[in-house]
Design a protein around this ligand. Structure first.
Ligand SMILES: Nc1ncnc2c1ncn2[C@@H]1O[C@H](COP(=O)(O)OP(=O)(O)OP(=O)(O)O)[C@@H](O)[C@H]1O
Ligand SMILES: [Mg+2]
Length: 413
């Protein structure tokens, strides 16, 4: 039977829903997508539940009109400042005489790895196995059926504040949508846009959205840092609006029409006419006056990211590169050059065309779909299960993160 995967990205500027089908062979087919502008989120935090719920309802209606499908259960991404990812390990002894590792043993290791002391308002939202180790033999993906006396698990544990998730759950609940699970955005986007080599050598993913810039650092195939800073593409628009005394709509249009990150890249500094908002008069300015404002804010965003990375000592001896993503930076020509100048590292920008993603604003929802599909696939394959016969699917998923996380959050409401 095909699985339907629905994912929602509640961003600062828009809500984006993507519905996909995972077929028996593990192929993901995107069935449809819907986007709705939303002003209920500020700097990545829901500040107006009704506004978010209305945008979600509208997305659900668009999907229904498109596919005749009701979005009922969704996976939602959560960004860096809302979650923490830390490494943990656990071990269990295999005491049965045949020493054969079963799915119950795997479940015991998962339970043990989750057994960490957390503050009252913090909840585990995901456990991602890095590897199983059987009697010292490492890099095992599925230990079930193997023989051994000691089973170890090394995993990334993703935690977040319950209060943060409550507003997301409430907004979705008002739109008659239930949460199946929360996905750390960096893990999903990192999987989609970074190559395994980049994740191994070292990659700093800078995802500039509308109100937030997510910084995630991958090294030795693992997430080494995941944080957000509260600035994004909308701050560029605000700066243009204040600096040139134009409305926010006009400022957004100027940004889109003359989106350059460096004044040195202007090849024709021609005149443009703008409407001064307060005076209601027209005025002539040069293209360079717009670009100077964009340049300053783009440099500030990168400098803040650099400061954050320096605080964590990430840039000491770092020999990887920077990857830029997100609607806030992807359309600004010259952003790669600007980032190169600030970081002194190789920089590339995500190619949405190569990833078959319509535009930069869809990348998070698309990444979440692909990430969930991969997790379903790997859990169905084993990840510690007895076998992967289709008939055993239900049993296999029992200790999977998908089911566990869903039951926890369904229990909250
Ligand atoms: N053609 C364009 N030129 C310049 N900027 C653009 C263009 N199209 C979109 N943007 C900018 O992209 C930003 C929105 O990007 P994105 O959809 O990635 O953010 P978000 O997910 O809504 O917000 P966040 O991730 O911060 O919560 C806005 O600031 C918008 O002005
Ligand atoms: Mg976003």
């Amino acid at each position: 039977m095909d699985d339907i995967i629905s994912c929602i990205d509640i961003g600062t500027t828009k809500v984006c829903a993507i519905v996909a089908k995972l077929d028996e062979n593990g192929n993901v087919e995107i069935l449809g997508r819907a986007t709705e502008p939303c002003s209920g989120v500020k700097k990545g935090v829901i500040v107006d539940i009704d506004s978010v719920s209305n945008a979600l309802k509208s997305c659900a209606q668009k999907i229904r009109a498109l596919l005749n499908i009701d979005i009922e259960n969704v996976y939602v991404n959560v960004m860096g400042s809302h979650v923490d990812v830390f490494f943990n390990k656990a071990a269990v002894d295999i005491l049965r005489p045949d020493r054969q590792i079963t799915s119950e043993d795997v479940e015991r290791t998962l339970k043990k790895v989750e057994d960490v002391k957390l503050p009252d308002n913090v909840q585990i939202i995901d456990v991602i196995p890095r590897q199983y180790i059987v009697d010292g033999c490492d890099e095992i993906v599925d230990p079930v059926g193997m023989a051994g006396v000691k089973l170890e698990l090394e995993a990334d544990v993703v935690v977040g504040k319950i209060t943060t998730f409550n507003n997301i759950i409430k907004s979705l609940d008002n739109a008659n949508i239930k949460v199946n699970g929360f996905i750390a955005e960096a893990l999903a986007v990192g999987d989609l846009v970074l190559s395994p080599e980049e994740k191994d050598i070292g990659a700093i993913l800078i995802d500039v959205g509308g109100g937030v810039t997510n910084i995630s650092v991958f090294k030795n195939k693992c997430l080494a840092l995941y944080d957000s800073i509260p600035v994004g593409g909308d701050h560029i628009t605000n700066d243009i609006s204040i600096g040139l005394k134009v409305s926010l709509n006009d400022a957004e249009k100027l940004k889109r029409d003359y989106g350059l990150a460096l004044t040195s890249l202007i090849d024709n500094d021609h005149d443009i006419t703008i409407n001064e908002f307060s005076e209601n008069t027209k005025r002539t300015i040069k293209v360079s006056e717009v670009v100077e404002i964009i340049e300053a804010r783009v440099q500030e965003i990168f400098s803040l990211c650099k400061e954050r990375l320096e605080q964590e000592g990430i840039l000491n001896g770092f020999n990887g590169g920077i990857v830029l993503a997100g609607g806030g930076i992807s359309y600004i020509d010259g952003s790669v050059q600007s980032a190169k100048e600030i970081f002194g590292l190789p920089v590339r920008i995500v190619s949405y065309k190569a990833l078959e993603i319509k535009n930069a604003e869809h990348v998070t929802a698309m990444a979440t779909v692909k990430y969930v599909a991969n997790r379903i696939k790997s859990e169905a394959k084993g990840g510690g299960t007895k076998n992967n016969k289709p008939g055993k699917q239900k049993q296999k998923k029992e200790y999977g993160f998908l089911k566990k996380i869903a039951s926890f959050f369904h229990g909250l409401f």
